[in-house]
Design a protein. Structure first.
Length: 109
């Protein structure tokens, strides 16, 4: 009986170790031509890298390789895979980040 329990425990341990492998990291460089706001961060015109892990509810914004802001949000399903990376905004506030080739977008409150 103990032999079977050990096998189940070993199986669960292997499964637990492989879960991070299923996570997908999204990463896109986008150039802003006007001032934008994302969360509480003010982004000036220039090149920014947006990164997100599809298992987390946060988006990192980097400039020159340094994280300048991390914002909370949620993943939403898109009707089809995105053909190009991009941002949606209302006035100057970024509301959604789309990643090329993904059927998910990162939605901001």
């Amino acid at each position: 009986m103990h032999f079977h329990v050990r096998h189940y425990l070993a199986g669960f341990a292997v499964l637990a170790l492989t879960i991070p492998v299923w996570a997908r990291t999204f990463k896109q460089t986008l150039v802003l031509s006007t001032n934008k706001t994302i969360g509480s961060a003010q982004l000036k015109p220039g090149s920014y890298e947006f990164t997100a892990d599809d298992t987390k509810m946060e988006l990192n914004i980097l400039r020159n390789g340094k994280i300048i802001a991390t914002v909370q949000g949620q993943w939403v399903k898109t009707p089809q895979k995105t053909q190009a990376s991009g941002l949606d905004s209302v006035q100057d506030k970024i509301t959604q980040v789309r990643f090329h080739g993904s059927d998910q977008a990162f939605q901001l409150p």
